[in-house]
Design a protein around this ligand. Sequence first.
Ligand code: SF4
Length: 361
Amino acid sequence: MASPAPIQIRFERFDGALGIAPASPPRVASEAEKPALLARITERLKALDAVLVAHYYVHPDLQDLAQATGGTVADSLEMARFGNAHPAKTIVVAGVRFMGETAKILNPEKRVLMPDLAAECSLDLACPADRFAAFCDAHPDRVPVVYANTSAAVKARADWVVTSSIAEKIVAHLHAQGKKILFAPDKHLGDYIRRVTGADMLLWNASCVVHEEFKAQQLEDMRRQHPGAKVLVHPESPASVIAMADAVGSTTGIIQAAERLKATEYIVATDGGILHQMRKRLPGVTFIEAPTAGKGATCQSCAHCPWMAMNGLHNLLDVLETGRNEIQVDPAIGVRARVSIQRMLDFASTHLPQLKGSGDA
Ligand code: SF4
């Protein structure tokens, strides 16, 4: 079966103009093909001393495979920690490019492979390193803090890297020291953190093509139809959607909130890929994707990241058989980027000890 044709994803650039980038869905594995593919991938992982590290947003087949072969399914913070701590010589990252780069930066001596190197992120695309450097240079009184969804070069220019699991705590920590902050690239996450911490934050202009699509009015309608449901929202969503949340959190935070709140029904505003882990952990509980349709919707993503969807069983096996798609990071950039990532990991080890070594957090 041939691969489906690429689709063109529109995203908002930092200057407000429209950016367009392709996303190429992989060849889909049929049910008949899956057993042989899974067996062959498992064999190749062992032969290569490789571990599969998957994000919550990739296809359930890859999530299950990562867990079945001793790898992990996690958010980007835990993916970085897991790959760093695991002894395997090769890390295979099923996610998007910045996750592969982070794995390489933390493990320059290891080989890092990805099913498709063209798996981008609209936040990364909307934050070119030269423009970000100029932004930092124009505001030397501010501490540059960047979201993990950025290139190695942007991380190298920042003082801190944060993921959504830990962004609030790190910004609150800097705010308590009287620091002013420059935050890039996600304007919704930055705005949310600014509101909850009260920090002085100057924000870059970019958003996630998935979370930007969640619509407050349609969410209100859905909540009326499901009066007992609790609403769980990722902070990359617009403020009007966050305002309706019973819990706001990273992917890991959303899963933990579902376990804690003990409702029988949840409406979930983040990429629908996360529902696979939620249903496995809480069987019998109903999970519904938050609505993306309605006024102003372009629904290019419909709660599924088109770049995360570029990870499939066929292209995963292909990289394990050929060694193609190895992530490379300029060593000089990698050394500088590692400082800001390591700062986050060190902070996490003291302030989020419950995540330490927890595997699929
Ligand atoms: S879901 Fe959004 S933030 Fe995550 S990789 Fe896709 S475009 Fe980037």
